[in-house]
Design a binder for this molecule. Structure first.
Ligand SMILES: Nc1ncnc2c1ncn2[C@@H]1O[C@H](COP(=O)(O)OP(=O)(O)OP(=O)(O)O)[C@@H](O)[C@H]1O
Ligand SMILES: [Mg+2]
Length: 701
């Protein structure tokens, strides 16, 4: 049996499967087991029997409540559950059942075995909806080659075959979703530049208008509420869809309904229908114009060369008329193949995924979508597309929870803007003195996190504590439009990034983070000791700068400095102040007086009096060679081993190698005396950051 890779348009109301035939350069729409090109996306389950497609839809039309349709619009929604045959299903599970049966039906009818599939999703689908689609496909037995946006698939199948350079817009109104996508097309190159939509707006909303109208009329006539009877209501929903379709070709239609022994027959004219659904139509135009606005630069209807209508609902005359009125020209309608063009594009993409490139057969010219016999630019030469030919954009901005400038509130800091190209990483650089960071990633356009969807919590680790770790985090929308996060240290070493879903709500997370920050601030008290070289060579500028730097340091550290101490060392070491409040340091530094040589070991002196323990920091400032280097190295090892963080700052004649030896990792600096204030400020900053990172969270913003 032939193994094939297919494209699947998993629609809200109808689905289609297609395959690209490399031998002919054409797409074939694969029929299901009853010989149909499109299969209703309906699932029926009763007494251990599972049916999909037309048979399931017939059950639904007969009012059987063991059927489920429109589940695609609930994709990724954790709260959606539907019981069929006594078993609970979410939208992913229902999609899985449907896809699995569809696969079997198509395989049987065409005598093939399907291995891989490209599945399409509305461009406006978010992370959870995309992931749910991938999982449903995998569980249904497909190797999911890729997830692509429905309008992009339509452009691949349509736009590539038109040839030439143009700006095209796809207006895709299906059964449950509306997407608008704008792309620049240049020969085989397709660059999507903007997309917008609503995954709760589609043909079913038009159906609902009719349903509500009939429910009202029936109630007025008989005083019976049909919506209270599930079976009658389900039946009515199917009838109204039928009536809606009839209104596409006739000016009026009758809807007959029965409930509680009463029969009502109601006439609806197209005019009435169009009038009652005006606001739905206007909604799609509003979303389209919002897409223009997002593109900026005065983009408008007249910036577009071609508009293509995709999706079964674009058959409604009101869609064509409204677009024509706005656009000033007639939109293209892909020869009535509105419901299979998306599957055709997905099939081409599937071939592209496995073969790396795809060559379309030349045909006789004119507007020919690939599925109608392949096509090429101008209808003459063959057209080759490779994997770089199609560049898509993201329909949702990606952001992260970050403390606002005031430090007292949390915002959504946007990292990847909506309509940015997918497949391209966005890097952010960070410096952090803790070992581990948490980042909360969101999707949405607002800077207020409350208006966004919280996606994941990432825990980033692999940094060293107490050192200023420099690293970058790369945020990426992969080719499926799914978020990927990676990180690496400045040295190139990759960081560990672990991802998990968050069970708390956005506001719970925010409240907790603010609380944790407050607590960390309270907890983050450090005990700081300065050991300042007072040997003769420090007299004059050095000692003056040292005094200034210490004072700046303490003010920079603010609340985090709990206790401060000062040791002066030359021929011997002396406490100038010990375990005092931060303001005492000002008085103490003035006692610093330079005289003598560097005979002392201030590290040992410090250890004897203060012992050790976490949260203790010793900052040594010196300008020359020490007589007792070996002693100092031994003393520093003991201190560091016991949790004391040592910074060793050298000016003048100081020996950097020695400083590096006595300091904690990354804590040695050799600088010019004029940089001392800055250097001390930096150290204070690192200490404060590390202190507040004592809580597990630190914002990446
Ligand atoms: N002749 C017609 N007149 C009006 N509406 C129609 C007509 N034919 C189909 N439709 C409507 O088109 C919708 C189905 O279109 P399509 O198959 O493109 O959507 P889908 O792929 O199932 O949904 P989505 O793309 O939103 O997930 C249904 O709402 C259907 O009622
Ligand atoms: Mg569709």
């Amino acid at each position: 049996m032939k193994n094939i890779n297919v494209g699947i348009d998993l629609g809200t109301t109808y689905s289609a499967v297609a395959v690209f035939d490399a031998a002919t350069g054409k797409v074939n729409i694969l029929k299901n087991d009853i010989g149909e090109e499109i299969t209703p996306s309906v699932v029926y389950m009763e007494d251990g029997e599972t049916l999909i497609g037309q048979e399931a839809k017939d059950q639904q039309a007969a009012g059987n409540v063991n059927t489920c349709a429109f589940y695609k619009s609930m994709m990724g929604d954790e709260n959606f559950v539907r019981y069929l045959d006594g078993k609970p299903f979410d939208a992913e599970g229902l999609s899985c059942v449907f896809l699995n049966k569809l696969k079997a039906a198509v395989e049987k009818q065409n005598g093939v075995s399907i291995t891989g599939a490209v599945i399409t999703v509305p461009a406006y689908f978010n992370e959870a909806q995309r992931q749910a689609t991938i999982h449903a496909g995998e569980k249904a037995g497909f190797k999911v080659l890729k997830i692509i946006n429905e309008p992009t698939a339509a452009i691949i199948a349509y736009g590539l075959t038109g040839g030439g350079k143009k700006t095209a817009m796809v207006y895709d109104l299906g059964g449950g979703t509306f997407d608008v996508t704008i792309a620049k097309i240049d020969g085989a190159q397709v660059d999507v530049i903007a997309t917008n939509g609503d995954h709760q707006l589609g043909g079913r909303n038009w159906d609902k208008v009719l349903v509500d109208e009939i429910v009202d009329r029936f109630e007025q006539e008989f005083g019976v509420d049909i919506s209270a009877n599930k079976e009658d209501y389900t039946e009515l929903v199917v009838r109204c869809e039928k009536a809606k379709k009839q209104l596409t070709s006739v000016a009026a239609t009758d809807i007959t309904v029965r409930s509680e022994g009463y029969t009502g027959k109601y006439t609806i004219t197209r005019e009435e229908f169009e009038d009652k659904t005006k606001r739905l139509m206007a909604e799609t135009i509003m979303l389209t114009e919002k897409c223009f606005e997002e593109l900026g630069g005065g983009f408008g209807w007249n910036s577009i060369d071609e508009i293509v209508l995709v999706g079964g609902s674009t058959r409604m005359p009101q869609v064509f008329d409204t677009i024509q009125r706005k656009f000033g020209k007639a939109p293209k309608t892909i020869g009535g193949k509105v419901d299979t063009i998306v599957a055709a594009g997905a099939a081409m993409q599937a071939h592209l995924c496995v073969a790396g490139s795809i060559t379309l057969a030349p045909t006789g010219g004119g507007m020919k979508a690939a599925q109608f016999g392949g096509a090429a630019s101008g209808g003459m030469a063959t057209l080759t597309i490779n994997s770089d030919s199609i560049r898509d954009v993201t329909s949702h901005s990606l952001g992260m929870l970050a403390f606002a400038g005031d430090g007292a509130s949390i915002i959504n800091s946007i990292i990847i803007k909506k309509n940015s190209m997918v497949g391209k990483p966005y890097s952010k650089r960070y410096t952090f003195a803790g070992e581990q960071l948490e980042a909360y990633v969101l999707q949405g356009e607002s800077t207020s996190p409350y208006d966004c969807t919280l996606l994941y919590k990432y825990v980033i680790s692999g940094m060293k504590k107490g050192v200023k770790n420099e690293f970058t985090i790369d945020f990426l929308y992969d080719q499926n439009g799914v978020v990927q996060v990676t990180g690496q240290l400045a040295s190139g070493t990759p960081l560990n990034v672990s991802k998990s879903t968050v069970s708390e709500s956005v506001s719970e997370v925010i409240d907790r983070l603010l609380r944790e920050k407050e607590e960390a601030k309270k907890r983050a008290k450090v005990d700081i000791t300065f050991a300042i070289d007072t040997s003769g060579s420090m007299s004059g500028t050095p000692i003056r700068e040292a005094k200034r730097s210490v004072i700046e340091f303490v003010s920079q550290l603010g609340d985090a400095a709990d206790k401060v101490s000062l040791i002066g060392f030359a021929n011997s070491s002396t406490w100038l102040c010990r375990d005092d409040a931060p303001r005492a340091i000002e008085r103490a530094v003035n006692k610093l007086d330079a005289d003598g040589g560097t005979n002392a070991d201030p590290l040992q002196y410090y250890g004897q009096a203060k012992g050790s323990g976490d949260g203790r920091v010793l900052i040594v400032l010196t300008d020359g060679e020490w007589f007792r280097k070996d002693d100092a190295i031994r003393s520093s090892d003991v201190l560091k081993g016991n949790g004391v963080t040592i910074y060793a700052v050298g000016v003048g004649e100081a020996d950097y190698k020695f400083l590096e030896r006595i300091a904690s990792p990354g804590g040695a600096k050799k600088i010019d005396i004029r940089q001392l204030v800055e250097t001390f400020k930096e150290i204070a900053d690192t200490i404060a950051t590390e202190a507040s990172a004592a809580g597990s969270y630190s914002t990446l913003g």
